[in-house]
Write a protein that binds this ligand. Structure first.
Ligand SMILES: Nc1ncnc2c1ncn2[C@@H]1O[C@H](COP(=O)(O)OP(=O)(O)O)[C@@H](O)[C@H]1O
Ligand SMILES: [Mg+2]
Length: 222
């Protein structure tokens, strides 16, 4: 079983405490929501779980491997192999087409079989997210919601075990948000761990558990 576990995590920036005594445990086939006021440290917490930042103290175990003292290089390998990171705005290269932007993670793949698999994933996901007719367009021809859907495809095309989403539906209409949640539920049933920071009650209702992050720590609220 795949388990993500945080014990007594703290994070300081220049001696300023951002996260204090955070504890969390989740396993595969689980989707959890994290809520909390702006500035409380939600993105910082996600960055620690995604291996983008290190905690100041405490332990982060992913799959029974202690992540705290991993080098920048091995954290980057961890992210490439395991993590699908979805943020509120998906950064895109405007000179490239939608397909070329989605293909960025495929550039570094040397295994031809895997490459083929990823291209098939792009084909089916772009149909599912209804942007298959836009793949040859330049990015600036798309709406914000369409760009976000393209970004989500790019983040999940390698079928990551750990999906970390930072307010993924903030810029989306309800219909698109629901489309993405339905797919998250599918990925969850396939064994992924999904952690979503959200203010949206529709999103948290789709989650198995909801936590509230505050100065007091991370509390299970439903
Ligand atoms: N790299 C950084 N250096 C210094 N302070 C930071 C850094 N990243 C975030 N912070 C601070 O940490 C606090 C929490 O930020 P963040 O995790 O983005 O909160 P949230 O996502 O809940 O709005 C904020 O006060 C922010 O200014
Ligand atoms: Mg944030």
């Amino acid at each position: 079983m795949l388990i993500l576990k945080l014990t007594n995590i703290t994070k300081e920036y220049n001696s300023r405490v951002i996260l204090n005594d955070i504890n969390l445990s989740c396993k595969n086939c689980e989707m959890i929501a994290i809520k909390g006021k702006s500035g409380v440290g939600k993105s910082t917490l996600l960055n620690i779980m995604a291996g983008l930042e290190r905690a100041t103290s405490g332990e982060y175990y992913y799959n029974e491997i202690l992540m705290n003292d991993k080098s920048i290089n091995s954290l980057s390998k961890f992210r490439q192999a395991n993590v699908g990171y979805i943020s509120q705005h998906s950064p895109m290269i405007p000179e490239l087409t939608v397909l070329e932007n989605i293909c960025v993670p495929v550039w570094f793949e040397k295994d031809e079989e895997k490459k083929k698999e990823y291209m098939q994933q792009i084909e089916s996901l772009s149909m599912l997210f209804e942007i298959n007719n836009l793949l040859d367009k330049k990015i600036n021809a798309l709406s914000g919601g369409e760009i976000q859907r393209a970004g989500i495809i790019r983040s999940i095309l390698k079928k990551p075990q750990l999906i970390i989403a930072d307010e993924p539906t903030a810029a989306l209409d309800d219909e698109t948000a629901l489309m993405i949640l339905t797919h998250f539920n599918f990925l969850k049933s396939e064994g992924a761990i999904i952690i979503v920071v959200t203010h949206n009650d529709i999103v948290s209702k789709h989650c198995d558990k909801t936590y509230q992050l505050s100065k007091e720590g991370l509390l299970l609220i439903s």
